[in-house]
Structures are given as C-alpha cells and as structure tokens.
Write a protein that binds this ligand. Structure first.
Ligand SMILES: Nc1ncnc2c1ncn2[C@@H]1O[C@H](COP(=O)(O)OP(=O)(O)O)[C@@H](O)[C@H]1O
Ligand SMILES: [Mg+2]
Length: 159
C-alpha cells in the first residue's frame, strides 16, 4: 500500500458567510482517475478551487504527494506538481499559443510525464497549426485545449 497522491480530509469552504462544502473527504491514488459528479451548483468547482488554495476561506486538511498543502497559496501548490485547469480558461489574450504555453513551464519531475510544446501539438493538432496565434483570436474550444496544455507544461503529477 502506498500513500494516496492527494488526500482531502474534512474540507469546509465558504463564499462570504455562505458555507458551500461540508466535511468533504476524498483520495486520489497515483495513476488513478477520479470523477466528481453532482448537479449544477453542488460544489464541484468549489472543491477543485479549495484543493488548489483558491478560496478565501476554507478549513480542513489537505495533503499532496506527502506535503501538507492546507495553508499554501496556489502558486506554491502548483510548484509541488499539482496541476489545475480553470474552467474559465484564463488564456492570456495578448500572448501567442507558444507564449501561453511558456507561462506554465516548470522543470521535469521524477515520476511524472515530461511535456513539451511539440508533444502537446501531437496531442492537440489544432494547436500545432497555430503556434503564433494570439490567445484572444482563438475559439473557445481551441482556448480550452491551450488551457489544458498550459497546465501540462508544468509536468504535474496530478491534474
Ligand atoms: N464566487 C462565488 N460567490 C458566491 N457563491 C458562489 C460563487 N461561486 C459559486 N458559488 C455558489 O457555490 C455553490 C457551488 O458552486 P460550484 O462549486 O461552482 O458548483 P458546481 O461546480 O458543482 O456546479 C453554488 O450554490 C454557487 O451558486
Ligand atoms: Mg462547476
């Protein structure tokens, strides 16, 4: 038995005074795919934001790859190799596809796949056809591919 890659215990999250998450616990093992399902507004996105340190107020214990990330800001969590793909894409509209990819670049990690623009362009051929296109001049679907690719450029252990 190896320890889970991600372990969430007793997670509560709030928007202002409104509590959204109540005692959420979950685990993700190395190489495991976990889907979180629920009706609109159930708190799926809030769970992801909470794990990534993006909620102004949250409680609970979160461990990633052996590190306690409960009190870390998003950029510190990202540097530990936890990738996050924002549903609102957050593409830099004034930067090209290649420049957007560069913003996500992190060093290779032992035990995680190593991503390059060339490898991502094989996964997403549409992006490979527009490496110099500005982010603001791409369709929503193309931007979504770019957002996923930018996250993978961080060579994460888990997305
Ligand atoms: N920025 C916000 N401020 C206040 N309430 C929010 C905000 N974002 C989401 N909510 C509320 O939090 C609840 C959970 O939302 P969310 O996590 O986005 O749901 P899901 O992703 O499962 O559809 C909903 O009731 C939603 O209205
Ligand atoms: Mg959502």
């Amino acid at each position: 038995m190896t320890a889970p890659l991600l372990k969430v215990d007793g997670l509560n999250a709030f928007y202002g005074r409104a509590q959204i998450l109540f005692d959420v616990s979950l685990e993700v093992g190395r190489g495991e795919v976990v889907a979180l399902m629920g009706r609109n507004g159930a708190g799926k996105s809030t769970t992801m934001k909470s794990i990534m340190g993006m909620m102004a107020r949250r409680e609970g214990t979160l461990h990633f790859n052996g590190a306690d990330i409960s009190a870390l800001p998003p950029h510190r969590i990202a540097r530990l190799g936890l990738g996050y793909v924002p549903e609102d894409r957050r593409v830099f509209t004034g930067l090209s596809v290649l420049e957007n990819l560069d913003t996500g670049r992190q060093p290779a990690r032992d035990g995680a796949p190593v991503w390059t623009p060339e490898r991502l362009f094989r996964l997403f051929p549409n992006l490979g056809e527009m490496p110099r296109r500005l982010g603001g001049q791409m369709s929503g679907g193309e931007q979504q591919m770019l957002t996923v690719s930018r996250t993978l450029m961080g060579n994460p252990y888990l997305v």
